[in-house]
Structure formats: structure tokens, C-alpha cells
Design a protein around this ligand. Sequence first.
Ligand code: TXA
Ligand code: MG
Length: 345
Amino acid sequence: MKTKIIESTEDNINIDGLKEAAAILKKGGTVAFPTETVYGLGANALNPEAVNKIFIAKGRPNDNPLIVHIASFDMLSPLVKDISGKTLKLIEVFWPGPLTVILNKNDIIPDEVSAGLETVGIRFPRNLIAQALIKESNLPIAAPSANLSGKPSPTRSEDVIEDLNSRVEAVVISDDSEVGIESTVINMTSEPPEILRPGIISKMDIEKVIGPVILSKGITTKEVPEKPASPGMKYKHYSPNANVVIVTGDSDQVRLKIKNYLNNHNEKIAVLLSKSKENVYNEFSNISIKKLGNNNLDYAHNLFSFLRDLDKEGVDTILVEQFDLEDHNLAVFDRLLHSSNYQLI
Ligand code: TXA
Ligand code: MG
């Protein structure tokens, strides 16, 4: 199919273009669009046939449920039941924004969205283009990340086009995603609530608002329970073609290990700097060096785009300097663990 390209910025919303995109959604088509986390691939969440097109376009396993996106608090109550006081507190603070809450679903949500679960994930994104598109369509929009299943999530419009051109009806292209990693997913149907996927809104950020929550066991451990709380956890994820290796230890140890690796491997290697603020691997001329940045916001913003760029350079191995594993860094570390398939040295 021919993919229609529609351009918009948040400062200057292309309302005619978004009306066209909304018309495609209303007719049961698929439209990729920017959000503040990563680009999403949307379809009418209430139309099973439309939702199936998402799975086909991405090559996504059918037992991995989708997040439903809304653009006002009023859109929430028809979709779910049992909205607790705790949930209300949470969404009042973090919506619109990069937080997905898992709640008990109403029958209006088709099984295709929830993958047969009794629950559904809902998110109110803060990106103004996403909001305008949802409002124009006047529909809840099911949207996973707009990448081919297994690849790093797309944070730039060119990534979306690379993965989904001719597989979807339209792509709304815009600026790079502000956050760069996917939303925090929290299950509000369990007590204490459980973070199923860490994101830029951290455990501590959430606990300041609603008190104790737990981190799902699957986060940062390779063992996946037979019936994972979040079905997506069991799939290969965020993987570039290159081999990713996380290099652990204090600054000196990390540098020593990386230099040893470089001395002993005759392949195309890239190093992502976090602990090192500048290139401390000058003596090696044949490597790609990229600065992941100075803090968790930089790391999140850069990670997926770097992985995709290094694949284009044909890099064989990406060595990543491990950063501190404090609360606010956990989400990026989680993505790195998946990208590396848990290879740490
Ligand atoms: O930031 C984001 O959340 C992006 C943008 C587009 O909004 N979307 C996104 O969707 O990352 P996706 O499909 O790539 O990831 C959704 C994750 C998956 O790991 C899925 O298994 C989990 O959320 N999930 C969805 N519904 C669930 C449910 N009812 N129970 C447990 N986990 C659920
Ligand atoms: Mg995804």
C-alpha cells in the first residue's frame, strides 16, 4: 500500500493533515504518529479488524496486548471499571504524560486489544499532535510503538518510515521524541501496585504520590515467569542487529575492560560513553564513539536512535559503559539489558 506522509509540529499543528489522518483511523486504517515517548502505530481501539492491522504491520505476536491512548480524562471511564482513589491520584499528577495504567477493562475493549486479558493499559500522552489526532478521530486509539516487532522503538520519523513504509496507511512525521523510551507501565489492579515496565517516571516518582509500589520480578532479571504479568516481557526486544555488551564496574574497571576488548577483537566496534564524559579511547582509531549523555534524560533520549544509527554503520559490537543503577536510571538499564540479551562483562 502507498503510505501517506503528513507533516506536523507541536508548535504549528497541521490540523488539515491530522483531519485526514483521523479520517483514516475512523475508516479502520492504521496511522503512525508522534508521542512524547516514542512514535506509536495507531488504530481504532474499538474495532477488532483495525486493531489486527497493527499486529500484521508490525509482525507482532497476537498475545501481546496493546495500550489504548486517550486525549482527555473523560475518555477514561467508558473503557475501564474500578478506578480507585489511588489511580485517580496517580493520573492527576502524571497525565497527560509517559505513564500507562493497567485497569480492569470494560466489554467495549475487544480481546484483540487486551490479548484476552481482563485488563487494559490506558495512556493519555502529552504530545500535542497525538492529542489532536485522538481528538479529531474522537476515538480511543490502540497504539504500540511504531517499529517492526523486536527492533528498537522509533524515536525519529525516519525510523518509522524505515520500518513501516508501505505497511501502514499514513505516517504523521514530526520532531524527534522528547523522552525516547516507552512509558512506565503500572498495574493498578494489584495491591500494592506493580510496575511492569520502568520508564522515565520512576518508582520513587510514583511512590511520592501513592506510597509503596513494587517492581515486577521480570525487570532486570533474565528469568521470565511462565505467565509473565506483562506479556511483552517474554519477547525479544529493542534489539539492533549488532551485538550489544554492557561493561560493568567502576570507571577504571569499565575503561580497562573496554580497552581489553578493543585490543582482543578484530571487528567493527562502537562504544557508548556514559561514565566517561569524553573519549578516553583515543588510542583506538577504528571505532565509533557516541556520548550517551550526562544524565538519565540524555540516556533515554539517545539510546534507541544510537542503536539504529550504529546498525546503519554496520557495527558488529556495541560496548556500553554501565552507568549508576539508581532509581531514575533503571528504565534505560532495563532497555539495555533487553538490547544486549543480558550480556554483561
Ligand atoms: O510509550 C508507550 O507506551 C508507547 C507509545 C506509543 O505510547 N507504546 C508502547 O506500546 O510502548 P507497546 O505495545 O510497544 O508496549 C506495551 C507494553 C507491552 O510490554 C505490553 O505487554 C504491556 O505494555 N501491556 C499492555 N497491556 C497490558 C495489560 N493489560 N497487562 C499487562 N501488560 C500490558
Ligand atoms: Mg514496543
